[in-house]
Design a protein around this ligand. Sequence first.
Ligand code: PGA
Length: 248
Amino acid sequence: MRRSLVIGNWKMNGSVQQMKSLIKDLSEVNLSSDVDVVVCPVSVYLSAAKVLLPKNIMLGAQNVAAFSDGAYTGEVSSTMLADVGVAYCIIGHSERRDYFSESNENVAEKVLKCLASELVPVVCVGELLEQRQSEQTLAVIAEQVDAVLSTVSDEQLDKLVFAYEPVWAIGTGLTASPEQAQEVHAFIRQKISDKSVDAAQRVQILYGGSVKADNADLLFSQSDIDGGLIGGASLVAESFAAIVNSAN
Ligand code: PGA
């Protein structure tokens, strides 16, 4: 039985003051203890967030360097993230693939860095609208997933989290239907299963892309959807809590 996991991706939003007030609100809402909950503030606020977060909410980062510590101006290494109490790290979000030209190879390198620092990598995969329309969805997902699966060892497989985020659904108000999402989630699980049947049963696969309190229930009721990666709706404590509690 897989535990549910819901991750809030705060992206490049807010200020110290707004983060404090969101964390205060999150400490006051009821969050199901059957769901693992993570929030990912912008990197410059991670240390402050760690001090403020209640014990039932874990800390995640939105990105990590593909390099070890050293002369990489502007980058933040996985050891530094671990050092300030980060437990999870989003890797290969479509905004990073698109605006920062991150390739499948970069994603695989970052996954290895996270694993070496005992951070859980949350590997984002997803197709563009034109790829879905031309029926390339599963081919695109296969390439993105294989880049990671071919890099990690069988023992490391268990430590991965995947997030299926159709690019056309991110921040647009459009969501994949529960059936569309389930098809891709089952496909990802099958790919993991080709390497290890046991790991495939344990790896959490999240859905992301305009998840809101009113569509979360149906998405999370699908057998291969183990929770969500939430953008916009994670910036308001009540809506994030409602989504977390739907994953119960
Ligand atoms: P959204 O973002 O929920 O605002 O669509 C999801 C994400 O980018 O992870």
